[in-house]
Design a binder for this molecule. Structure first.
Ligand SMILES: [Zn+2]
Ligand SMILES: [Zn+2]
Length: 423
């Protein structure tokens, strides 16, 4: 078959080099990033990326949409393509392509396995909904007034609880902006120098040249950078080994939400704990009377099918209420002190040295940092935290410490000074 007799689809096959950089490894870790993809093959409407570089943002994605995609005439094929793209988007969002070092089918299986805790929580909440609404309220509460009160209160609490939970699960925790990335030359020069002092000076120079707003340092006094992501770490950002990337103001990686809890979803996470606690208490307290009544029946004559639902409903809600109480209390303590879970274990280090209270602005201002200062949005699962996740007001400015600034407490954001009570 001659070239000209190939099908139109085959004729559309092209090659181009969208990226032509190479990756340099040292002991299995990306250190030199002459990244990214070596070659990209365009096959009609999809792109297959031939790259095994974990640092390459396009590398793990097979079947990327091609910017030069031709319009397909066949409606069936178009529907198929749209369906494939939708599935790909869901898979990408579920993290199936983000997992390092797993790739392909194994990566997808590992990612799907990580959704098991989310599925378990969803199943428990679904069952509790049936048990509370159908078995308790509809079948066993006799008074219509009490029934309506129970149901209205229950639906308000469960709506707030589920909204907070799903926003924690589906909100991207905090991507690092591109300007924090080191170029291949910068990384080569930093990694290439054996002398720690030279490396420290190079990183300081990079921060000055790029005008990066970083005030935190390592315990050795150097600018913090992540060699896995090849970035200068913004203040309070950390590398998550589960997500395989650095995230802004990282608190911790939570398997129950299969997501990092970080700058963008920390408020949702605290609300999830708060409304989870409220949900469990509400269910436990409103079912207590019926629980005691059925407990007596079970002990004397053996309970029916529906009675066991109510007995378990009380046990499960009480158990979760107790376990959530300590976690909620701990995170309220962290919010009031403007600390992340990681910072509670290891104090943030500034040029002046480690300072556990470095970001604390007083309880009211600390609360406003996470929940905002608008009363209507305080307890709703909408994003209202202050700032951009890159810079944070500090108790003391390093400049003030070095004698260049106006003094302690002056590093607050505009408009926050009135809220802050400097401790
Ligand atoms: Zn990283
Ligand atoms: Zn994570």
């Amino acid at each position: 078959m001659t070239r000209n007799s190939e099908s139109p689809l085959k004729q559309r096959q092209k090659r181009f080099s969208g990226h032509s950089e190479q990756v340099r490894y040292r002991r299995g870790v990306v250190v030199g990033v002459r990244r990214v993809c070596r070659s990209v093959t365009v096959q009609c409407h999809t792109v297959t990326v031939h790259c095994d570089c974990p640092a390459c943002p396009r590398a793990p994605v097979l079947g990327l949409s091609c910017p030069r995609a031709p319009v397909l005439g066949d409606p069936c094929l178009s529907v198929l393509v749209l369906a494939c793209r939708a599935v790909k988007r869901i898979i990408v969002r579920m993290g199936c392509v983000d997992i390092s070092p797993y790739r392909g089918f194994c990566g997808a299986l590992v990612s799907l396995f990580k959704w098991v805790p989310v599925i378990v929580i969803s199943a428990i909440v679904s069952w509790s909904y049936y048990a509370y609404v159908a078995e308790l309220c509809i079948k066993n509460v006799e008074s219509d007034v009490v029934k309506v009160i129970f149901l209205v209160g229950y639906h308000i609490v469960i709506t707030l609880f589920l909204a907070s939970y799903w926003r924690t699960v589906w909100t991207r925790p905090g991507d690092i902006p591109k300007r924090f990335r080191l170029t291949a030359d910068e990384l080569d020069s930093v990694e290439g120098s054996e002398d720690a002092e030279v490396q420290k000076r190079l990183l300081e120079q990079i921060v000055i040249d790029k005008d990066l707003p970083v005030v935190m340092r390592t315990i050795q006094g150097a600018v913090r950078y992540c060699e896995k992501c090849a970035i200068v770490k913004p203040d309070r950002a950390h590398h998550c080994s589960v997500c395989g990337t650095c995230v802004l103001k990282m608190d911790h990686h939570c398997p129950w939400v299969n997501n990092c809890v970080a700058f963008n979803n920390y408020k949702f996470f605290v609300l999830f704990l708060l409304y989870g606690q409220l949900y469990c208490l509400y269910v436990a307290l409103t079912s207590l009377k019926y629980f005691l009544q059925f407990w007596k029946d079970v002990c004397t004559a053996g309970g029916g099918h529906g009675q066991f639902h109510i007995l378990f409903l009380f046990f499960v809600s009480s158990m979760f209420s107790i376990s959530l109480m300590s976690l909620l209390g701990y995170h309220i303590h962290l919010v009031l002190n403007n600390r992340t879970t990681l910072e509670a274990f290891r104090s943030p280090v500034f040029r002046r040295g480690p300072d556990k209270e470095g970001f604390s602005l007083g309880r009211r201002a600390n609360l406003a940092e996470v929940f905002g200062d608008e009363v209507w949005s305080l307890l709703l699962p909408v994003f209202s935290s202050f700032g951009d996740g890159l810079t944070f007001p500090q108790r003391f400015s390093d400049d003030a410490e070095l004698g260049c600034g106006p003094g302690p407490g002056t590093n607050l954001r505009q408009g926050e000074a009135g809220l802050a009570t400097i401790t």
